[in-house]
Ligand binder design. Structure first.
Ligand SMILES: *Cc1c(COP(=O)(O)O)cnc(C)c1O
Length: 554
């Protein structure tokens, strides 16, 4: 594979991530973090950055979502065919975990950008005959198992990455630690002889959430058992005074540059971690991947060059709104067909389709729309609409599981008066259909807990209007009265969001659809023209290149 070796050898930046979503069939991802990493790999290829992405093979996948008769999620493993998507590379490196040697090899998958540049992704795999049966499964189930299993996985990611890259002949100037999962990487650099300052000068770090459940912490006694007493001592020196191994603090302390994923999130993170400077690099999405074919045709015609220069999409502001509406209509018709095929339910094509699709977890408030079901049903009687819901709960997130059951209950209680359809198995494929074909994208996290959010960006570039609380990217993307709606005031009481949501639906969103469709079409067009240029994944990749990676502008 000469091409693989070439693009690997020229890589000077390694993006190290627990998960990445490159293809629907490669199920080494769970949700937003992995989808973002995949979008960044695609964007890096489009603008020709010298990068390699590194992740775990996760042969058992994350969770395949089943729903039982009572509307509860059943968690099933979701194995995938690594051999079909990646090629094995020769080098095998060995790391020491719990006092024994564990062999790790890498598989490589390659993608190609708009200009032909290639980006390799290495998938680390411990499923080798020389490892014990238990160790062969270390890179098996993404975010599965107990605390010990998680630390072992993060040790494989953090400790094997630099050795594998070296064995492959790569000279890496900068390791990008994507979330705290990769924080053992700089520790391994120090263990192999780098000074603390040298190791820090080779790492940059992105924190993705202010939510405690997203922050990995391990007891130091477990760290000692897994990594050895010497490494425990080193960890205590690197992050003094901490009673636990806190992967976020470790990564912050061992990186020359750290950032959060929106302006608002940077403020929140700066308060949480006052000792370090937290920069803001607002997330973006890969427009080519998320734009429906009919919409991409409009862009190709009216905003040529948009795939590598998203600024071109500003020109969409000058086209006829009906062009955008027509293209969106094709994706919408397709979605309605898919919903019927998947659920047997035929949505009313004349009524607007609201969609809530994201990870099912407490702070995102998946069931907020149904908080006063009778009132919601009354609104739907006078101004009909449909609701699509999708999203998985983490196997250990009880609140998330309860929300899924609540939504199914609301769907049953609404029958005959409002169509509420839960589509199981939220992933790349379902997300693409939903962001392209719905009419209103609902996002109701409790501020400031949604660090950025990205699905609303995907929706907006398809002409879908966001209806969102004031949090994350929407604080930067919202143009009042032009491209969607914002629920509540900044600093307002989150308990008021439920009633406010219903009021906005009744008095603003639905009347706009039923009485001012021409204005709705203008908003669709303006959503594309305002969100597309700024929230393409190419913009953050340029920012990372210049500010975090210190690459010369090119
Ligand atoms: C974009 C995306 C996400 C992240 O969306 P949020 O807005 O951050 O909730 C999660 N899962 C899939 C499959 C996606 O495509």
């Amino acid at each position: 594979m000469p091409a693989v070796t070439d693009c690997l050898k020229s890589a000077s930046i390694a993006f190290v991530t627990m998960e990445i979503a490159l293809e629907p069939g490669m199920r080494c991802y769970s949700g937003g973090l992995g989808v973002l990493a995949g979008d960044y790999a695609l964007a890096a290829a489009d603008i020709g950055l010298p990068m390699v992405f590194v992740t775990l093979a996760s042969r058992e996948g994350y969770v395949r979502q089943g729903i039982d008769a009572q509307g509860h999620q059943i968690d099933v493993p979701d194995p995938w065919d690594l051999e079909k998507w990646a090629k094995p590379l020769d080098p095998v490196v060995r790391i020491v975990l719990e006092g024994r040697q564990v062999a790790v090899r890498a598989w490589v998958h390659e993608l190609q950008g708009e200009g032909g540049a290639r980006i390799p992704t290495l998938l680390l795999d411990t499923d080798l005959p020389e490892n014990s049966a238990e160790d062969r499964k270390l890179t098996g189930r993404l975010y599965g198992g107990d605390e010990r299993y998680r630390l072992l996985q993060e040790a494989v990611l953090g400790m094997a990455t630099s050795h594998i890259l070296k064995a492959l002949g790569c000279t890496i100037a900068t390791f990008h630690l994507n979330e705290g999962h990769a924080a053992l990487l700089p520790v391994e650099l120090v263990r192999k002889g780098a000074s603390v300052d040298e190791a820090r000068d080779r790492c940059v770090f992105t924190t993705h959430t202010p939510v405690a459940a997203g922050r990995d912490r391990f007891p130091l006694s477990l760290a000692e058992r897994v990594l050895g007493p010497q490494t425990r001592g080193l960890l205590e020196r690197l992050v003094p005074g901490e009673p636990e191994l806190d992967m976020t603090l470790l990564a912050l302390g061992m990186s020359r540059y750290s950032n959060a994923v929106s302006c608002r999130h940077a403020e929140t993170a700066q308060e949480m971690y006052p000792g370090v400077t937290i920069h803001a690099v607002t997330n973006g999405v890969h427009l080519g991947r998320w734009t429906a074919p009919a919409m991409a045709d409009v862009f190709d015609r009216d905003a040529p060059g948009w795939r590598t220069d998203p600024d071109c999409l500003r020109r969409i502001a000058g086209i006829e709104p009906e062009e955008v509406a027509k293209a969106h209509g094709k994706a919408r018709t397709h979605l309605i067909g898919e919903v019927e095929r998947l659920s047997g339910i035929a949505l009313d094509p004349d009524a607007p389709i609201l969609c809530y699709a994201r990870r099912m977890t407490g702070y995102k408030r998946p069931a907020l729309l149904f908080h006063d079901l009778e009132r919601l049903l009354e609104i739907a009687e006078r101004q009909p609409f449909s609701v699509l819901v999708a999203g998985k709960a983490h196997p250990k997130d009880d609140t998330g599981h309860a929300e899924i059951a609540r939504i199914h209950q609301a769907a049953r209680d609404s029958r005959g008066r409002l169509s509420v359809v839960f589509l199981p198995g939220y992933g790349l494929e379902l997300a693409a259909k939903l962001v392209a074909g719905t009419d209103v994208w609902l996002n109701v996290p409790i501020p400031p807990l949604e660090a950025s959010g990205t699905s609303g960006m995907k929706a907006a570039v398809n002409g879908v209007l966001n209806l969102s609380t004031r949090d994350g990217w929407w604080l930067e993307g919202y143009r009042e009265g032009r491209n969607g709606w914002a629920i509540g005031q900044e600093g307002g009481d989150p308990d008021e969001h439920g009633p406010l949501l219903l009021e906005m639906l009744e008095k603003q969103v639905l009347p706009e659809w039923y009485e001012h469709r021409d204005r709705w079409h203008c908003m669709m067009r303006d959503a594309v023209a305002t969100v597309g240029p700024r929230f393409s994944a190419i913009r953050p990749m340029h920012e990372y290149a210049a500010e975090a990676y210190r690459l010369p502008a090119g």
